[in-house]
Ligand binder design. Sequence first.
Ligand code: MG
Length: 252
Amino acid sequence: MINIKSAEEIKAMRKAGRVVALMLQAVREAVRPGVTTAELDRLAEHVARSNGAVPAFKGFRGFPATLCTSVNEEVVHGIPGKRRLKEGDLISIDTGAVVDGYYGDAAITVPVGHVSELALRLISVTKTALEEGIRAARAGAHLSDISHAIQTVVEAAGFSVVRDYVGHGIGTTMWEEPQVPNYGPPGMGPILKAGMTLAIEPMVNAGSYEVTVRPDEWTVVTRDGSLSAHFEHSIVVTEDGAEILTTLERDP
Ligand code: MG
């Protein structure tokens, strides 16, 4: 059962999405060699709370922080701490916020100072894959048209799509139906309808798609140690395409 949101609910999700975008903007500007991931986390929490939102990840299934900070071969769910970012690192930052009971969820990957050609290309391809996935999310399309659009971009670039973690519906909880895989044939799964709200989030590895979880039971890393990138937006399907909810490019 995929929830269809009312205009009022979508309005609330725009508010949550806007706060998520503000959090990511602040963190992106703070990323530099020498900063710790815990410092980034405190900044994000401050931005959330000073904009009337509650961090969505903190306490979710026991996760201890506002951000997931995943560096280099870390794919998702990295825990902020004492680690200092170094020139040449790649950091994926995933966060969520709740406003009036509605959730927003988004992620970006940011270079720390000067990074390798490969890292820059991985960032660019993952971002494009998200954009193409969002472009495929229109009323009347099938859910897996999103998945296929993402996989096509990623594999054409010689990278691989993580299988073990997927996007998801979002609304009054962070995870709702349906799951939104980042791979698969087109034309499958439910037909998308206006008012469905989805978090689309390609996780892309420079090497193999295989991942494993560190002993901290949170941090997901590439099995082969290759770099990984992650971009995410929460969107609402409309009659003529998708509207991005986790953005600042709109009046609240
Ligand atoms: Mg998500």
